[in-house]
Design a protein around this ligand. Structure first.
Ligand SMILES: C[S@@+](CC[C@H](N)C(=O)[O-])C[C@H]1O[C@@H](n2cnc3c(N)ncnc32)[C@H](O)[C@@H]1O
Length: 276
């Protein structure tokens, strides 16, 4: 395709180079159809840094990799998410927790690619709503993402009230505080929900730093951005963190076919770790 003409010169060579760096740094695969997206995401960096064109930005990146890489990564990730997205997964979670209420009262959950926090807070609210006495439980929810700006938002737990409109009224009044005065129109997740949650930056391409495994992993709407080879590598690391019977949940348009044989499908995009 010929060089695209926009505010900043964006040559084929620039697109190819950016694709290469994005893939190496994040695993995200950018096809030809993402050319416009790549332009608009990095044009913001070019403007901010007062550069003239994409070639200058690439040169800048290569000279200042260490200081630029965080903004570079934050610019290219797609962070779309919502509270209780794919509600059937939270129905499953209720039953999963109810079964443990009778047994261990121990649970380690990982929200991998948690974006701005809507997913892990939906998990935490569901868990709290499903158990009688949280003090009798040992629960931890690890929330990770490669993107530090969404992770900061997740940690703050403050959202536009419009984002929680679809949340069940009972859960909304139990788990959110409504902003007043200057904070009118905002809601904040209550501390009670956050007590067992930990937020950390983690690039899924890197070696996992975990000492213990996870009973349940939410890994939803992340692998769609990766090619099969990257998916295979990540699932091979994930499988090592789970015991037979543990559960892995992926996004509605994703599947594990040709990627891992360590899991069996037990529900809609819900998988159970096999004994292999
Ligand atoms: C579309 S969001 C999914 C959010 C949430 N899981 C959901 O389903 O609503 C995808 C997230 O994956 C993160 N991501 C992309 N590449 C990653 C990588 N290599 N390591 C960790 N997170 C990554 C992005 O930053 C983004 O927040």
């Amino acid at each position: 395709m010929s060089d695209v003409k926009f505010e900043y010169q964006f040559k084929d060579r620039d697109f190819n180079k950016l694709k290469e760096i994005v893939y190496a740094r994040t695993g995200i695969t950018l096809g030809e159809e993402k050319r416009q997206l790549v332009y608009s995401r990095f044009a913001k960096r070019i403007r901010k840094l007062n550069l003239q064109n994409f070639s200058e930005y690439i040169e800048y990146f290569e000279k200042n990799e260490e200081s630029e890489v965080t903004d570079f990564i934050n610019a290219i990730t797609t962070n779309f998410t919502s509270f209780f997205r794919e509600p059937h997964h939270f129905e499953f979670l209720k039953n999963f927790i109810a079964e443990r209420e009778m047994a261990s009262r121990y649970c380690r959950i990982w929200s991998a690619g948690c974006s701005s926090g809507e997913e892990p807070y939906s998990i935490a609210m569901t868990v709290l709503d499903s158990i009688a006495n949280p003090d009798a439980w040992d629960i931890k929810i690890l929330c990770t993402d490669i993107d530090t700006s969404v992770l900061r938002k997740a940690e703050q737990g403050v959202y536009d009230a419009a984002r929680v409109e679809g949340v069940d009224e009972r859960l909304r009044s139990r788990f959110f505080l409504r902003g007043k005065g200057a904070r009118n129109g905002l809601v904040k997740i209550r501390d009670e929900v956050r007590t067992n949650m930990v937020f950390r930056q983690l690039n899924l391409l890197d070696e996992f730093p975990f000492k213990k495994g996870f009973d349940l992993i939410f890994f939803r709407n992340v692998i769609i951005y990766f090619d099969k080879d990257t998916q295979r590598k990540i699932f091979s690391k994930i499988a090592k963190l789970q015991q037979p019977g543990d559960v892995l949940i992926i996004g509605h348009s994703e599947n594990l076919a040709a990627v891992t044989d360590k899991y069996a499908l037990i529900g809609r995009t819900i998988y159970q770790r096999l004994d292999n």
